[in-house]
Structure formats: structure tokens, C-alpha cells
Design a binder for this molecule. Structure first.
Ligand code: HEC
Ligand code: HEC
Length: 191
């Protein structure tokens, strides 16, 4: 009962513009594995608003092969600056929803690689770091994170000259792959 009440009260606070997001990102912004749409609840406001702006301005999702990103390009072009501000504020304040990730890997190695290569920007527990503009990775679908690492390292994301932060992350993504990346993602899944 308590759970139902809290879900309803969050739904009540949602800005009108969130109605068009529910089908893919879910009522609680928990994401949808089948539709490959990420969780948004509890992500930082500045990261969310930057991504929505990047989609609409062509910094993200403009690559021909970025089929999933293109879905967001079409949607974000319909949003006003005020919609983006309201949506990101609303989503950032939502509690993150526990996602079940079935990852496999070596946790000890994953922790070591993560702290060596990712933690300085994304935080020791993958909680994100506002001052470095690095998003929270914990609580996210690992399948989604994996697809973004692939997009970054193959030049599908972070490929536009003016996308400084995306290009920075694309450079980082190229420093890891294979078993090492699997271990890193396994570590992130436990945070
Ligand atoms: C048709 C399905 C669909 C709809 C509707 C949709 N999204 Fe998305 N969204 C996606 C998918 C798929 C991705 C992942 C894109 C990728 O793989 O790069 C995504 C990514 C995002 C991201 C980037 C998240 C991150 O971690 O980088 C944000 C922010 C976002 N969506 C917000 C919204 C908002 C706000 C709305 C409503 C105004 C919305 N989306 C509507 C499917 C959708
Ligand atoms: C120099 C700082 C820095 C380092 C080191 C770094 N990142 Fe990032 N990462 C960022 C920034 C900044 C972004 C946001 C890019 C944007 O705004 O488009 C990002 C974005 C991401 C995303 C996309 C998240 C989403 O919701 O779409 C993933 C996945 C990611 N990083 C994983 C990693 C992993 C794994 C490592 C270690 C191998 C790593 N990062 C190392 C700064 C960094």
C-alpha cells in the first residue's frame, strides 16, 4: 500500500511533457530493457538536460548508425527549453529503481580496473561527479552501458567536434575492451 501511494504521488508531480516518455522510459523512469531505453530516475539534472539538448542540436544521435539515438533526436526536437528544465529537474529528484543486471566477471579485477580508469571521473562507487560532468553509472542497465561504451569506442557517440565531453569519454572508452570491460561492468552492477 505504501508503495502504491508513493508511486502515485511521483506520477502526480510529473510535468505534462513526461507523458510522451512513459511508453519507453516507464512510469517511474526505470527504463525498459526490451526497448533498450535507459533508466533516468536519479540521474543528475545537469547530465539529463545536456543529453536532451545534445540530441536536439545534433551532438548526440546524428551518426547514421545510431538507430536508438535517433529516436531521441526526434523526441527532443519537440521539447522547449522550459520542458527540458522541468523534465530534468523532475527526473533527477526521482528515487532510482533497482534494476536486475545479470553480469558475470571478476569483481576484484573489475574494481581495480574501474578505480584505475573510471573512478576518478565517475566516482568511487560509480555515483557520478557533478563538477566533472560525469554521470552516475550505478543503478543503470548494464546492457545500456555496454552499448554506450561500444558507441563511444566506434565513433557513433562522442564523434562531433563541438561535443567536448562526449569526445573525452570516447577517448576513455577506447582504453578498455573485452574481458577487462566485462569485469568493469560487473563491478558497476554491484554498486
Ligand atoms: C520511442 C522510445 C523513447 C521515447 C518515447 C523516449 N525515449 Fe529517451 N531514450 C530512448 C532510448 C532507446 C534511449 C537510448 C539511446 C541510445 O542508446 O543512445 C534514450 C535515451 C534517453 C536519454 C539519455 C540517457 C543517458 O543516460 O544518456 C535521456 C535523457 C532521455 N532518453 C530522455 C527522454 C525524455 C525526457 C523523453 C520524453 C520527452 C524520452 N526520453 C522519450 C527511447 C525513448
Ligand atoms: C576524464 C573523465 C572520465 C573518465 C576517466 C571516464 N569517463 Fe565516462 N564519462 C565522462 C563524461 C564527462 C561523460 C558524459 C559525456 C556526455 O555528456 O555526453 C561520460 C559518460 C559515460 C557513459 C555514458 C553514460 C550514459 O548514461 O549514457 C558511460 C557508459 C561511461 N562514461 C563509462 C565510463 C567507463 C566504464 C570508464 C572507465 C573505463 C569511464 N567512463 C571513464 C567522463 C569520464
Amino acid at each position: 500500500m505504501a508503495c502504491l501511494i508513493s508511486v502515485n504521488s511521483y506520477a502526480n508531480q510529473a510535468p505534462k511533457s513526461y507523458a510522451q516518455c512513459v511508453a519507453c522510459h516507464g512510469e517511474e523512469a526505470q527504463g525498459n530493457a526490451e526497448l533498450k531505453s535507459p533508466a533516468l530516475a536519479g540521474q543528475s539534472q545537469s547530465y539529463l538536460s545536456r543529453q536532451l539538448t545534445n540530441f536536439s542540436s545534433g551532438l548526440r544521435g546524428s551518426h547514421q548508425q545510431d538507430v536508438l539515438g535517433k529516436q531521441m533526436v526526434a523526441i527532443s526536437k519537440q521539447l522547449t527549453a522550459e520542458d527540458i528544465a522541468e523534465l530534468s529537474q523532475y527526473l533527477a529528484a526521482l528515487p532510482s529503481v533497482k534494476i536486475i543486471n545479470n553480469t558475470e566477471g571478476d569483481l576484484k579485477n573489475g574494481s581495480r580496473y574501474y578505480q584505475g580508469k573510471c573512478g576518478a571521473c565517475h566516482g568511487g562507487q560509480a555515483q557520478g561527479n557533478l563538477s566533472l560532468n560525469a554521470p552516475k553509472l550505478s543503478g543503470q542497465s548494464i546492457v545500456y552501458l555496454q552499448s554506450q561504451m561500444k558507441n563511444f569506442s566506434t565513433g557513433i557517440r562522442g564523434n562531433v567536434a563541438t561535443d567536448k565531453l562526449g569526445r573525452q569519454m570516447a577517448m576513455m572508452a577506447k582504453t578498455t575492451s573485452g574481458k577487462e570491460l566485462d569485469d568493469i561492468l560487473h563491478f558497476i552492477a554491484q554498486q
